[in-house]
Write a protein of this length. Structure first.
Ligand code: NAP
Length: 255
């Protein structure tokens, strides 16, 4: 099992789904965790659950589309735990789902502010600290949509492709300072996001059988593995949970 004792790690989008599972997994491995999202009650509940199981956790309300919120989040981690070892840029939205030709420019743009600029905001706030201390891990949660166009998801595909490029650029700038920046494409995961996708019926992903999605525990374990050394091997790359080699390295069951 990974040992992250003494490490302080922030997870965005930790109110549910992959982010919540990741916060639990990181805390189980000994990390002090900050859970961030917009829904205060959910992150507070998850943090309390972690503490009930003997872990160390704090909840910080944060909208990643707002740079001031993200700055405050990073500062809170430093002032509470006296350090910042990891940042998991996981927060994301799939809505509004719909064709580009009929999209509403405002909601389309706001989704991009979360899925793309949110990743930039996290790295912009965390990198100066990590580079100065000569260590740190940043995991940007990516998607197959970063590399394959899908109907009805123009903002999501474009934002995930952009975030993937941010991972590569940040790696070029930060690797020599001892910071590992890595992407994780989780495959399809049984979360609320997939419920919305299925209800839309708009593209082949929405036609998938729910039973074909993996459990959120898989990306959570993979992120924990990346934070405990795996990211050094794959820095500047995107790790995919569809890749058998990665699954084996993480110790996940084979299909
Ligand atoms: P989810 O269950 O819908 O959870 C999304 C999380 O993001 C929630 O905690 C949500 O919390 C948070 N969030 C949304 N907007 C936010 C904002 N502006 N600021 C802060 N937090 C925000 O989805 P999920 O499946 O766990 O997705 C997690 C990540 O995995 C996303 O980046 C997604 O694109 C990626 N991903 C998912 C799949 C999949 O099949 N599920 C596949 C590939 C990639 P609040 O609403 O409380 O803010």
């Amino acid at each position: 099992m990974a040992d992250l004792s003494g490490k302080a790690i922030i997870v965005t989008g930790a109110s549910r789904g992959i982010g919540a599972a990741t916060a639990f997994e990181l805390a189980q491995s000994g990390a002090s965790v900050i859970l961030a999202a917009r829904t205060d009650s959910e992150i507070k509940h998850n943090a309390q659950q972690i503490r009930n199981h003997g872990g160390e956790a704090e909840a910080v309300m944060c909208d990643v589309s707002k740079y001031k919120d993200v700055q405050a989040l990073i500062s809170h981690c430093e002032s509470t735990f006296g350090r910042l070892d990891g940042l998991i840029n996981n927060a994301g939205v799939i809505e509004p789902i719909g064709h580009l030709a009929t999209s509403d420019p405002e909601t389309w743009g706001h989704a991009t502010d979360i899925n793309f600029k949110g990743v930039y905001h996290g790295m912009r706030a965390a990198l100066p600290i990590m580079m100065a201390q000569h260590h740190g891990t940043i995991v940007n949660v990516s998607s197959g949509a970063a590399h394959s166009p899908l109907e009805g998801w123009s903002h999501y595909c474009a934002a995930k492709a952009g975030a993937h490029m941010l991972t590569l650029c940040a790696h070029k700038e930060a690797a020599t300072s001892g910071v590992n920046v890595v992407g994780l494409s989780p495959g399809t995961v049984a979360t609320e996001m997939q419920v919305l996708i299925k209800a839309s019926g708009i593209n082949p992903v929405s036609q998938m059988d729910t039973a074909d999605h993996i459990d959120a525990e898989w990306p959570a374990k993979t992120i924990t593995w990346l934070c405990s050394g795996g990211a050094a091997e794959y820095a500047g790359q995107e790790v995919s949970l569809r890749d058998e080699t990665i699954r084996k390295q993480v110790g996940l069951a084979q299909d």
